[in-house]
Design a protein around this ligand. Structure first.
Ligand SMILES: Cc1ncc(COP(=O)(O)O)c(C=O)c1O
Length: 482
């Protein structure tokens, strides 16, 4: 047996490469990253040809390892080349993500040191770091002491965790689900409907409250709907407002909705995954007033703080509610649980996860290294870029949607002849085929519109000017072809 153990040890020790091997592999990987950043200004924002991804199948997982050079070549061909390039300054679609460099170093530190961020007993510093970051966000939102939260993998999971908390805080039982009413607007992000389904609340009544002309939930309609539902014997339970909708960047009247929720005894949740961090910009604070009235709120650092994908944040005003929904007991964790307290709860007590990525480090390191100033400036710049685009695109003859509330602008070309929806679909297709910039589209009141979403930290004035030039070029080409 000892012989076999030694034999196995010799092989398993390959998992701990020596200093020289580590240096050579990490030099190659870091070198690739550096090369990628050098090439980034020339790389397309979108490569429509996606066949290259299949090359990964030609290199199956096997007993023998492969050299890092070969792997980086494959990664470049199969992963970096095809599809959308969200690291590009010219990625202007959906809600752009970020990719600030120091976050990658935070991830490196988290992985190489492998601290356990799930429970305070094991990783007091890791948990403290995450809780400190959440407290900072709670302060930004205007929550009092006694709040708590969780760094999740993204906005969808953070919203889902909020819905579970709201369900339990109201003591809803399966027998109530068919009568329980959640109030939303037609602009709500689809992760909310998905979350309701996932947590077993798919049968509850989803009441879509009419919106005003700027795609904001109309508070008077909300009040009316609640009164009618009560009269009909239903159970008004949850209202979900958006602080920055994905489609148009609309901010619901957060204060008025909050007052109604309070008066009616509803749980008030705000999805501020996109818009929340704009609270760092003085000019935006009045627009976001009312966030502090919510019972729970989601903000996405991988949107508004430009982090690479993988971090959303949930805050709950009364941490006890969050803990009630996620508290656990397990004999094998008795030492760990003995150290838990409400004032200093661990992520495992406040979320569905136990073992988790130490997400705090990818947020803490860049915030501490840069300080807040460049984040604030970058957000304000994006607001102004969207406004600039909105103004300039109209000068080109486009029909523009409402003045951007945040950093999303919608627009479309209305051709002299032919169907406008078809024309704008063709326009988006042309832009995608070209690939220099990547924009997306949506449907608003039956109209096919294009969107500009400025949130990539690398997007600056030249990027917007390039988009304007490409739009003009493509409209001219399409018009000439018709
Ligand atoms: C307003 C809003 N809420 C929630 C989400 C979902 O977040 P995630 O993609 O991080 O899961 C998005 C994504 O774009 C969003 O824009």
């Amino acid at each position: 047996m000892i012989e076999r153990i030694r034999e196995l040890e010799a092989i398993s020790r390959r998992l701990e490469p020596g200093k020289e091997e580590r240096a050579s592999v990490s030099d190659a990987v870091v070198g690739f990253g550096e090369g990628f950043l050098d090439r980034l200004p020339e790389l397309k924002a979108y490569e429509i040809e996606k066949e290259a991804a299949k090359k990964l199948r030609d290199s199956p997982i096997a007993d023998e390892g492969v050299g890092v050079g070969e792997l980086l070549e494959l990664f470049d061909d199969a992963v970096i080349a095809p599809g959308v390039n969200p690291a590009s300054e010219r990625f202007l679609a959906y809600i752009p993500g970020g990719g600030i460099y120091y976050s990658s170093l935070g991830d490196f530190l988290a992985a190489v040191t492998n601290r356990y961020a799930g429970v305070r007993f094991a990783g007091p510093g890791a948990v403290e770091m995450e809780n400190m970051l959440l407290d900072w966000m709670a302060d930004l939102v205007g929550y009092p002491k006694g709040s708590g939260g969780n760094l999740a993998s993204g906005g969808s999971i953070a919203n889902l965790t909020a819905i579970v908390t709201a369900r339990d805080a109201h003591g809803l039982k399966p027998r109530d689900y068919e009568r329980a009413v959640v109030y939303l607007s037609g602009q709500v992000h689809h992760c909310i409907q998905k979350a309701l389904g996932v947590v077993g609340l798919g049968e509850c009544v989803q009441r879509y409250v009419p919106m005003d002309g700027r795609y904001r939930m109309a508070p008077a309609e909300l009040e009316r709907a609640i009164a009618k539902d009560r009269a009909d014997g239903l159970i008004p339970w949850l209202v979900i407002a958006s602080a920055g909708t994905t489609d148009v960047g609309a901010i619901d009247p957060l204060e008025e909705i909050g007052q109604i929720a309070k008066a009616e005894g509803l749980w008030y949740h705000i999805d501020a995954a996109y818009g929340g961090f704009f609270a760092l910009v003085d000019e935006c604070r009045p627009k976001l007033a009312g966030m502090e009235l919510s019972d729970s709120i989601v903000l996405d650092p991988h949107k508004g703080l430009f982090l690479p994908y993988g971090t959303g944040a949930l805050l709950v005003k009364d941490v006890r509610a969050l803990r009630r929904s996620h508290h656990y007991e397990a004999a094998y964790m008795q030492d760990i649980l003995a150290e838990e307290s409400l004032e200093a709860a661990s992520p495992a007590e406040l979320s569905p996860e136990l073992t988790k990525h130490f997400r705090g480090l990818r947020l803490w390191l860049p915030l501490k290294l840069h300080g807040l100033e460049p984040f604030r400036a970058c957000l304000e710049e994006k607001l102004l870029l969207a406004r600039y685009f909105h103004q300039e695109v109209q000068k080109l003859g486009f029909e523009a949607g409402q003045e951007p509330e945040l950093s999303v602008a919608t627009y479309r070309w209305v051709p002299e002849v032919g169907d406008a929806n078809e024309f704008n679909q063709a326009l988006v297709d042309e832009i995608h085929r070209d690939g220099r910039v990547f924009v997306s589209s949506t449907m608003l009141d039956g109209k096919f519109v294009l969107r500009l979403a400025a949130l990539t930290f690398r997007t600056h004035l030249e990027t917007i000017d390039l988009l304007l030039a490409i739009l003009k070029e493509k409209v001219d080409e399409l018009t000439a072809r018709r």
